[in-house]
Write a protein that binds this ligand. Sequence first.
Ligand SMILES: O=C(O)C(=O)C[C@H](O)C(=O)CO
Ligand SMILES: [Zn+2]
Length: 278
Amino acid sequence: MFQKTYYATHPDMMAGASNEDLRDRYLVSDLFRPGEIILNYSHGERFIIGGAVPAGGPLALPVRSEPPSDAGRPLLERREMSVVNIGASAGTVTVDGQALELAQREALYIPMNAAEVTFAGDGARYYLLSVPAHRALTLHKLALSDVVPMERGSLETANERSIYQLILPHTCASASLCLGMTILKPGSVWNTMPPHVHERRSEIYLYFDLPEDDRVFHYMGEPDALRHIVMANEEVVISPPWSVHMGAGTRAYSFIWAMAGENLDYNDMNVVDICQLS
Ligand SMILES: O=C(O)C(=O)C[C@H](O)C(=O)CO
Ligand SMILES: [Zn+2]
């Protein structure tokens, strides 16, 4: 059922890790294949990280195949899910018979216990994230215009950006999942600068809106032992709780950040001074 399983890691492994080791453990590629739903499994917060591209016909979220006692049960029986349409065209997501149109950059929160979820629309590209949940909340569609963005950074420091908090307690109730989209202004390339760590949550970044020949240099690791992974458009990186997560692109781009863990407090983070990085 899963393209790949990503295991939880200890920061000690970073010192001896080659670039290939880092890519193998933290980079999630090949998520968006026409006509398929691709799902990956991370032991960090038990995130499912996926993509659905319904070219040629609707796609249905698969049912569980393991363990045998769960076989055939809905994937979301004990999970919640977010869906963001990063494609150029609108599409329709149907949840237990309720059809919702998602325009470009619109998001959907699907509560625990949804049994049948289908994805439709040529030109739509759905980014999927799911984490375990302990209660069923409300199906909720979110547009960027529904939230007041946090304006951060400046053009002078090449990090001027708008942070849209889409799934957080003040915008959309969830059991454990937090999600937002950050859009860099033209001429700005740095995200999350100065960076931070949050010991009580893991975070997942999907970089998109990046031309094919451009790249984002994503920095990770403990603040005094930074490493980087070179990332292309529509690739995902997993950030363990002990790692900073920040990047500089060869031009402006957008990214979707998502977290899960101990709490839903966006501000539960330790900001690191730039001069502490090495
Ligand atoms: O550009 C930023 O700064 C971000 O978008 C940071 C993320 O929201 C984040 O890391 C939240 O923990
Ligand atoms: Zn963060």
